[in-house]
Design a protein around this ligand. Structure first.
Ligand code: NAD
Ligand code: 0WE
Length: 257
């Protein structure tokens, strides 16, 4: 697949070695990309340790995506170090745990705001901050991570499903807005994977079993397979694709019953 030699990317959402964003970082770094990795406060050590494993040493910076000032300072440092940017990976999502454990009708105003802010709005903030850096390279590519809970009801996914629906609509509106600048915006909608974000989710194992039973490929997807699809969308091989949500779920989404 297309080479990333000479390309610079920012990866948001690495928590540990099982993070989908980490698999994407490895997939593009292996093809020659130089990276900046950001972490949410508590994952500082983990991400520093992981970063040692990449060939070209990455910039490692804190970024809570709910903070405009942290977003601004990340792009300032990335611009200083890289003199522009070619791609951004957005792999941050969060809803307060109670929202994933209570009946949907009990979704709180605060839980709704938090889920929307971290999981959907942040794509707008990051893309806006990336634009001047993309401009220096004549364009750019943004990829975010979604889930089929945006379109279908999965028990307990609750307000995260609403946030993913907003995220996918945000992909389309951003794509239309920034396309003239040569900037593409897409999502990979992944099948369920046992990452930190899935840890302790009631019924997650049964979701994995249902996918493996019913998906056309009769198995679950691997993080590396999601990462390869994301790398494709980030690369010049996808230079005519924008506003797209690419399902990487073994075909589960096409099934009826
Ligand atoms: P993960 O826990 O490794 O990644 C989630 C990341 O979100 C973490 O790195 C966490 O630090 C970050 N995050 C949360 N709040 C943040 C904040 N305020 N500021 C900055 N970062 C914040 O789990 P993952 O499964 O790799 O999740 C990555 C993305 O993939 C998420 O958008 C998730 O919705 C999506 N996704 C996951 C699955 C799955 O089954 N694991 C399936 C489809 C889509
Ligand atoms: O997007 C997600 C999960 C994102 C997530 C996970 C957590 C757990 C810890 C958001 N917020 C939190 N808050 C916490 O406190 N996925 C796609 C994985 C996932 O989560 C589910 C799923 C699937 C799939 C929850 C219920 C049902 C299915």
């Amino acid at each position: 697949m297309t080479d990333f030699t000479g390309k610079h990317g920012l990866i948001v959402g690495v928590a540990n070695k099982r993070s989908i964003s980490w698999a994407i970082a490895q997939a593009v770094a292996r093809r020659g990309a130089r990276l900046a990795l950001t972490y949410q406060g508590r994952f500082e050590e983990h991400v520093h340790d992981l970063s040692q494993g990449l060939d070209q040493s990455p910039l490692v910076l804190p970024c809570d995506v709910s903070s405009d000032t942290e977003i601004a300072s990340v792009f300032e440092k990335v611009d200083q170090e890289f003199g522009g940017l070619d791609f951004v990976v957005h792999g941050a999502a969060f809803a307060p745990r109670e929202e994933l454990e209570s009946p949907f009708v009990n979704t709180t105003r605060d839980g709704f705001k938090i889920a929307m802010d971290i999981s959907a709005y942040s794509l707008i903030g990051l893309t806006r901050a990336a634009l001047p850096l993309f401009e220096k390279r004549g364009g750019g590519s943004v990829v975010t991570l979604s889930y089929l809970g945006s379109q279908r009801v999965f028990p307990n996914y609750n307000v995260m499903g609403v946030a993913k629906a907003a995220l996918e609509a945000t992909v389309r509106y951003l794509a239309a807005d920034v396309g003239a600048k040569g900037v593409r915006v897409n999502a990979v909608s992944a099948g369920p994977i046992k990452t930190l974000a899935a840890a302790g989710i009631k019924g997650f194992s049964s979701i994995l079993h249902v996918y493996a039973d019913r998906a056309p490929l009769r198995r679950n997807v691997e993080t590396s397979e999601v990462a390869e699809a994301a790398a494709f969308l980030l690369s010049d091989a996808a230079k005519a694709i924008t506003g797209e949500v690419l399902l990487v779920d073994g075909g589960f989404h096409v099934t009826g019953i």
